[in-house]
Design a protein around this ligand. Structure first.
Ligand code: HEM
Length: 454
């Protein structure tokens, strides 16, 4: 019996410790989150169809440096340079798209949707709008607290296949996934400075790279030779704005722009993959969707780690330690009835449904309040708000001052409780089932043993 109680306690409490990415993470806390992001992407794409390329590259550069934690979005300050100031990131663009999505999301659901998730979802949407696959992406990432230019160590455009692969392998990705992800070069530009060496005196030979089509060499020489700033050319010379598998076919025609692109078609370990993706759009789309989800999961921060930034370009200001725990009970003048009235019926319904699912409405309410309340007091003591909805933190602060939880069930708090409750329910049922199977197995084994002995 004691064992059973311990198992059940674990079943209930573990979800608060182990959090993960999941599809529809914001369903309860910010139901319109993905819609809001999609709308921003659609609007921006209609003005500039190259934003898919911008977002894809941003996502890659974010995930490969300290994981997908939006560390790439932090602006440098006079005192502290950020990842943005590192050489490989100087031409990363599209930050204003994330700013706009964040602005709208903060208006709809303050401090709820992470900048890291905005990059991920916006990238997915921009790929789909450009003609690529649409796929479900798990969310629940949190924003990082570090952005240091010295951490930026991305593979260069002149890397060999094995050199580039080492970087992908270090992030837990396969060779197949690397070739797939480089398929993102089916959209966007490259500045001449990244491939100019291939046009003349390649590797000190005094001639152009023989693996590049000679007609293309001449064309690129004309563009890159233009006096003035560093010019740009399309990475996919055929369908430059469409997200398709044409990149691979261009490589087979010796029309890869970057050396690493062309190498993929030449290296014996990757040439077959290039041919396969070039031959089948379906195969490429499928592989791309799954590789993007894998890339988007690199070293993510979840649960209570990191933070949800208010402004994607800056870390949240650190909170002061609260000394309010000793304050006497002092609720605002609003009554519980006033607050009740403010609960939209839909939230009340969801809250009731949740109770119904658990069968013991009072027990559930006080259980949630206890768990969340103890989390909240921990948060107050540790002066970090990570992992909790701001509405709950605010309410917890009131409780710390002596207010009753029951008086604080405003829509925001209820919404957060529903979210936490749903999470508990989801994980609880799985764990309960698992414990049940475990207990049955142990019982059956014991009974068998006893019968055997008899
Ligand atoms: C070995 C790996 C990679 C290398 C060496 C590499 C290198 C580069 C370079 C040098 C550029 C040109 C940037 C410029 O001139 O501003 C570029 C552009 C781009 N890269 Fe990559 N890349 C790699 C992998 C990836 C991956 C995994 C993705 C996405 C999944 C990606 C997406 C893009 C996109 C979309 C552009 C065009 C950006 C724009 O138009 O602004 N790249 N890449």
């Amino acid at each position: 019996m004691t064992c059973m109680v311990i198992v059940l306690c674990f079943a209930v409490l573990v979800p608060f410790v182990v959090a993960d990415l999941r599809i529809g993470f914001y369903n309860a806390s910010c139901p319109r989150a993905e819609q809001i992001i999609l709308q921003v992407v659609q609007e921006q794409f209609s003005k500039d169809s190259s934003i898919s390329a911008a977002l894809l590259r941003m996502h890659f550069h974010d995930c490969f440096v300290k994981g997908c934690d939006a560390s790439i979005l932090i602006d440098s300050t006079k005192k502290k340079p950020s990842e943005k100031s590192a050489g490989p990131n100087e031409t990363v663009r599209g930050f204003e798209i994330i700013d706009e999505a964040k602005r709208r999301l903060e208006a709809a659901c303050p401090s709820t949707v992470s900048c890291a998730d905005i990059i991920t979802v916006a990238t997915r949407d921009s790929v789909a709008i450009a003609g690529g696959p649409n796929y479900a992406v798990p969310t629940g990432r949190r924003d990082g607290l570090v952005s240091n230019p010295n951490d930026v160590g991305l593979p260069g455009p002149s890397s060999s296949v094995s050199g580039a692969f080492q970087a992908f392998k270090d992030k837990g990705l396969t060779l197949d996934e690397m070739v797939t992800l480089l398929g993102a070069h089916t959209v966007g530009f490259a500045h001449c400075s990244f491939f100019e060496e291939r046009l003349s005196n390649f590797q000190g030979t005094g001639a152009a790279d023989s693996s590049m089509d000679s007609g293309l060499v001449l064309e690129l020489k004309k563009i890159c030779g233009t006096a003035g700033s560093d010019q740009k050319v399309f990475l996919d010379q055929n369908t430059s704005f469409v997200f398709d598998n044409e990149y691979y076919n261009q490589l087979k025609l010796k029309k890869g722009i970057l050396q690493i692109d062309q190498e993929l078609a030449l290296d014996s370990t990757t040439a077959g993959l290039v041919s396969g993706f070039g031959a089948s759009r379906i195969r490429f789309d499928k592989s791309f969707a799954s590789a993007m989800v894998r890339m988007g999961s690199i070293e993510v921060l979840v649960g209570r780690a990191g933070e949800i930034r208010k402004n994607c370009r800056a870390f949240n200001p650190r909170k002061r330690k609260s000394s309010s725990r000793t304050h006497k009970r002092k609720t605002s003048s609003r009554t519980a009835n006033d607050r009740k009235k403010k609960n939209p019926p839909q939230i009340d319904r969801e809250f009731k449904n949740l109770n119904f699912v658990f069968y013991f409405s009072d027990y559930v309410e006080s259980f949630l309040q206890f768990v969340i309340g103890s989390k909240a007091s921990f948060v107050i003591e540790e002066e970090d708000g990570a992992g909790l909805e701001p509405a709950v933190i605010k309410a917890a602060e009131e409780v710390a001052k002596g207010a009753s939880w029951r008086d604080l069930l405003e829509p925001g708090v209820k919404r957060a409780l529903i979210d936490e409750g749903t999470k508990i329910f989801e994980k609880f049922t799985i764990r309960l089932l698992f414990s049940f199977v475990l207990v049955i197995t142990v019982c059956v084994t014991r009974v068998n043993g006893l019968l055997g002995l008899a």
